[in-house]
Design a protein around this ligand. Structure first.
Ligand code: GTP
Ligand code: MG
Length: 344
């Protein structure tokens, strides 16, 4: 299985055009002076962040990118046409390294942000440039310089406010479908989601936050089991985790065990991630009668010794999801105010 939040590409900036060797040839002028123009410069290669894109999937097919080269100069002091710059669209949150040197080239965090990744070659000089009082008919020109060529690794860490956490089949994708316009695949088998999906959750008409649906995590994920640790990385940049638990699993396993297993993986992966604010979201409440639900809920909270916020939802019917979205929005606003105050 292959995942698409990492990709490597080759970029080549345009070369400069060569300078031109030429002399004026006109009627009645016997020995015209030099009139060879300069070569045009090549095009640079840029990466540009765009919110319309949220995976690096496209780079599995297209992996080589080349900007236009400049044209050579021409007689009559004509400078060659410059090559156009090349813009490669990448998702917001893309981190770029040079594969050969390991150097961090940059991190695209805002919409429309541009990052130059390969420098164009300069145009060469035409012979006109070398005219002087002692050399009226220079035959010297210079060639354009080659454009820079680089091997880049792209890595996408999602920039979501909220990350959904849970084992396979907990209903993460169903929940993001219920709360946003994102429509990832939902199915009753594990590992339906193979790469992260982002959804924008609107709360009222003016407020919204970005939620990330990631593949399910299983015991041993921190060491690479299942779809592995790369998806834990995505959660590092979120501000709040929603930990989904299926309250009525078909195999009749204990919901508390499922939550505890994931808590252990978080702690193994990173202390920082384990300490991130995390709310419990009890899903599939439509499967239980009112009374059974109340019992299952209190058993779960007691088993886990859960002190934090806990919500009940049915991702399938949408019940409880509006309240959840509103509470998340309030919490994100509160965090933002707190961060602003401590910066002031
Ligand atoms: N009855 C009921 N079924 C649900 C609910 N939410 C999800 N399901 C079902 O549970 C199964 C798994 O749902 P998904 O949304 O694909 O689960 P996931 O957590 O994204 O799973 P992975 O992508 O495999 O990690 C599907 O058959 C859903 O229809 C719910 O609130 N009630
Ligand atoms: Mg899923």
């Amino acid at each position: 299985m292959k995942f698409v939040d990492e990709a490597t590409i080759r970029v080549q900036a345009g070369s400069g055009g060569n300078g031109c060797l030429s002399f004026r040839r006109e009627k009645y002028i016997d020995k015209g002076g030099p009139d060879g123009g300069d070569g045009g410069s090549g095009g640079d290669v840029y990466l540009v962040a765009n919110e319309g894109m949220n995976t690096l999937a496209d780079f599995r097919m297209a992996r080589k990118f080349r900007a236009e080269s400049g044209d050579a100069g021409a007689g009559r002091n004509m400078t060659g046409k410059s090559g156009s710059d090349l813009e490669i669209v990448v998702p917001i949150g893309t981190i770029v390294h040079d594969v050969d040197t390991g150097e961090l080239i940059g991190d695209l965090t805002k919409s429309s942000e541009r990052l130059k990744v390969a420098e164009a070659g300069r145009g060469g000089y035409g012979n006109t440039r070398f005219k002087s009082s002692t050399n009226r008919a220079p035959r010297k020109t210079t060639n354009g310089t080659p454009g820079e060529s680089r091997h880049l690794s792209l890595e996408l860490k999602l920039l979501a406010d909220v990350g959904l956490l849970g084992p396979p089949n907990a209903g993460k994708s169903t929940l993001i479908r219920a709360m946003s316009a994102a429509k990832p695949k939902v199915a009753d088998y594990p590992f339906t989601t193979l790469h992260p999906n982002l959804g924008v959750v609107s709360v009222g008409s003016l407020q919204s936050f970005v939620m990330a649906d990631i593949p399910g995590l299983i015991e041993g994920a921190a060491e690479g089991a299942g779809l592995g640790i790369q998806f834990l990385k995505h959660l590092q940049r979120t501000r709040l985790l929603l930990h989904l638990v299926d309250i009525a699993p078909v195999d009749e396993s204990e919901p508390a065990d499922a939550v505890a297993a994931i808590q252990r993986e978080l702690a193994k992966f990173s202390a920082e991630l384990a300490a991130k604010p995390r709310w419990l979201v009890i899903n599939k409440i439509d499967l239980l009668a009112e009374h059974d639900l109340a019992n299952a809920r209190s058993a779960l909270l007691k088993n886990l010794d859960w002190q934090g916020p806990a919500f009940e939802v049915s991702a399938a019917t949408g019940r409880g999801t509006t309240e959840l979205a509103q509470a998340v929005m309030r919490e994100l606003e509160r965090m933002k105010r707190k961060a602003a105050e401590s910066n002031a």
